[in-house]
Write a protein that binds this ligand. Structure first.
Ligand SMILES: [Mg+2]
Length: 380
């Protein structure tokens, strides 16, 4: 515990002294930083509440991005992870709280008491899918990764699970007990949380070359491990297709093409579900005022909030801050919006100090590189 800072007036007793990942930090003393030698260190830097304007990573990661396609795939995957990490400290906070005290940079601690750059189950389960694809996708391999996540805390930032949805946990308990993975996900009305939407992003890069039917089948299969409802699956289909379209189209055109895709391919099999997505499919979402956009963990609310955020902002940073400041299920909404925004604006639009603060950033980069090669996407 960082008792030294606490004795010196820090408001919280923290397990990791702030600034240890910063090159200006003086080792062993969380209250001292070379950047603030001649002036007082601002309180919010001492009590990790906000991004430090002087932050400079002592081990900066530089990505070797060769072309537009690489920029978009790394932009989307890191964009997702960074969005998750930005939302973690304020998950479950209300919109009113965020209006009073808006997030304007990267924060630490808060809801789950995690250091800067800590990502949650959204990213962990997305990494499970990436790893399964990297090793040759099969549903059993994906299920085994989920079991390892649940039983051994694999694919986590600090070797522990601090956040997991109820439906996902229930499904993983059954998976650990040996049940057929595709039958583990809940199939009732109350199993329409965003737990599968938050982990299907890689399919936009892996399955985009498949025909429409096979793409849909794969998205449905991946969703069903934790969420078997038609509504959850349709949200995943929409999201994956929208990110695919964002790689090659302007925003509005990408939305139009995605709506056409859903209407063409899901009109019959999802006939009873389309009504729940009406505000997206008829593009009403583009003109909704913020008061009419909910930011809960219900899968339709999360998808709407992410799409709304993406269309009401003009860059990655702005999109993530807007998503987080909606309050509610901030990590998942910012992650889902981050996957879209990163794919559209590219990696370079993500603030560098957000990237440099991400826990295990190198490991993520290595996995993403393998994944890019696997998808045969980053070759030209
Ligand atoms: Mg989470």
């Amino acid at each position: 515990m960082d008792t030294e800072s606490y004795k010196n007036g820090a408001k919280r007793l923290v397990s990791t002294p702030q600034c240890t990942t910063c090159e200006n930090y003086i080792k062993g003393n969380a209250l001292h930083c070379k950047c603030y030698d001649s002036e007082q260190k601002p309180k919010y830097v001492m009590f990790p509440e906000r991004e430090c304007p002087s932050y400079c990573s002592h081990a900066p990661m530089v990505l070797d991005i060769k072309n537009e396609k690489e920029s978009r795939i790394y932009g989307s995957l890191f964009g997702f992870c960074v969005g998750d990490a930005m939302g973690v400290p304020v998950e479950f906070s209300t919109r009113e709280e965020r209006k009073r005290n808006p997030v304007e940079g990267m924060w630490a601690y808060g809801t789950h008491h995690q250091p800067f750059g800590t990502w949650s189950d959204d990213t962990s389960l997305t990494l499970c899918l990436i790893d399964a694809i990297n090793k040759g996708y099969s549903v059993n391999r994906l299920a085994q990764n989920f079991v390892d996540f649940y039983e051994k805390s694999s694919f986590t930032p600090w070797g522990e699970i601090f956040d997991i949805g109820n439906a996902t946990r229930d499904a993983l308990i059954q998976m650990c007990a040996g049940k057929n993975p595709v039958e583990c996900g809940g199939a009732e009305e109350n199993h329409n949380g965003n737990g599968s939407l938050m982990r299907v992003l890689p399919l936009a890069f892996y399955a985009y070359k498949l025909g429409d039917d096979d793409l849909i089948k794969m998205v449905e299969e991946v969703s069903s491990l934790t969420h078997r409802t038609k509504r959850s699956k349709l949200a995943c289909i929409f999201y994956v297709q929208f990110v695919i379209q964002l790689l090659e189209n302007e925003k509005e055109h990408a939305l139009e093409k995605t709506v056409d895709f859903v209407k063409k391919n899901c009109r019959i099999s999802y006939a009873d579900e389309l009504q729940y997505f009406a505000r997206i499919l008829d593009k009403q979402i583009l003109s909704l005022p913020e008061e009419q956009v909910k930011s809960t963990g219900y899968v339709v609310d999360t998808l709407e909030a992410a799409v709304w955020t993406f269309f009401h902002t003009t860059g990655y940073r702005e999109a993530i801050l807007k998503a987080v400041n909606l309050g509610g299920d901030t990590d998942t909404i910012a992650a889902v919006a981050g996957g879209m925004a990163g794919a559209y604006y590219g990696f370079c639009d993500i603030p560098d100090n957000w990237i440099q603060n991400i826990v295990k950033k190198e490991e993520l980069y290595w996995m993403f590189q393998d994944f890019g090669n696997c998808c045969n996407l980053v070759k030209g």
